[in-house]
Design a protein around this ligand. Structure first.
Ligand SMILES: [Zn+2]
Length: 321
């Protein structure tokens, strides 16, 4: 947890925002986001490390009371409008990341694999290829957590055959142990049982799965950072090269208009809601104090940018190459 909460003091007198961007991520007018979604990917650099974001689509989730715990639909609709978004549905967008570092091609999560919402799965349906990524040449897959929208892209529909057969797959130990415990299936709510069954039918049998625990360098320039709460062992990945850094926060924050703008709102899907809230606040604190770029799996597209304080609230300002 220390990595999340510590404050870096930038030695340079330059503004943290300008430094963090290092001229490599330029803010993009919101109007351009549509074109990027259509293109399906964009790339930028963190120091010497090339990062490619792959758009996987959207789940236009119907509104429901209590999606933010204790909140009614009108309150959530109002928060979406305040962020300049449509209030017709809750936009759960998906985007996963490819990092090229130390001569390796590294995926961070793998998309929905076209096995969830019909409007998602674009990564598997040509998005990866359009970005020049051959699944057989992926060296490593780093998993933030084992929810379907992050790992189904690693498995063929029907057969569960591996999509990235030559990759080393890394999963944090706490997350892995939770989902692969045979006793967990009975304890899970009905809607989560099929997920645990599918995980137990695949990961333990695959020979290319390894684990790590705690804050660890998992690949050149990439550190795993515990950010538990959304799931029992949720992991963020911190990328650094030279003076530049970025944190891929996975699902520590999902819809920014709801859960970044209102840091005390809790997501009904979070496994440990108080822990998830503390994690969220730690990330926001660090992102602001360090001027660190962050990237959220469900932030829409582009999904990398900065967090800015806005009165008592916070907003996400997307950036693009
Ligand atoms: Zn997710």
């Amino acid at each position: 947890m220390s990595d999340l909460t510590r404050r870096h003091v930038l030695a340079s007198g330059a503004g943290a925002t300008a430094l963090g961007l290092a001229g490599q991520l330029a803010f993009l007018p919101a109007a351009n986001a549509k074109d990027l979604r259509k293109k399906g990917h964009y790339s930028y650099k963190i120091g010497d490390i090339e990062v490619i974001s792959i758009y996987d689509g959207i789940w236009k989730k119907d509104h429901a009371d209590n999606f933010a715990v204790g909140k009614k639909i009108p309150e959530m609709k109002s928060a979406l409008r305040d962020a300049g978004q449509t209030d017709e549905f809750v936009p759960i967008e998906f985007a996963f990341t490819v990092v090229k570092s130390g001569g390796k091609t590294i995926l961070i999560d793998a998309g929905t694999g076209g096995q969830l919402a019909p409007t998602a799965g674009l990564g598997a349906k040509g998005g990866l290829a359009a970005a020049g990524i051959d699944p057989k040449k992926v060296d490593m897959v780093l998993v933030s957590h084992m929810h379907p929208d992050h790992i189904f892209g690693m498995m063929e529909k029907g057969t569960n055959a591996q999509i990235f057969p030559n990759a080393e797959i890394l999963v944090g130990e706490t997350e892995y142990d939770f989902w692969t415990d045979p006793a967990i299936i009975e304890k899970l709510p009905e809607r989560r049982k099929p997920l645990a069954q599918r995980i137990q039918a695949t990961f333990p049998k695959w020979k290319n799965v390894t684990h790590f625990s705690g804050d660890t360098e998992v690949a050149p320039g990439i550190r795993a950072v515990d950010s538990f709460g959304h799931s029992p062992g949720h992991t963020s990945y911190h990328i650094s090269s030279g003076d530049d850094e970025m944190m891929l926060i996975g699902d520590a924050i999902i819809v920014p208009a709801l859960f970044l703008a209102n840091l005390d709102w809790q997501l009904v899907f979070d496994a440990d809601k108080d822990q998830a809230t503390a994690t969220r606040k730690g990330i926001v604190d660090r992102a602001i104090s360090d001027g660190m770029t962050i990237s959220g799996y469900h932030f829409g597209f582009p999904n990398a940018g900065k967090i800015r304080k806005d009165g008592n609230s916070h907003v996400f300002e997307p950036a693009s190459a």
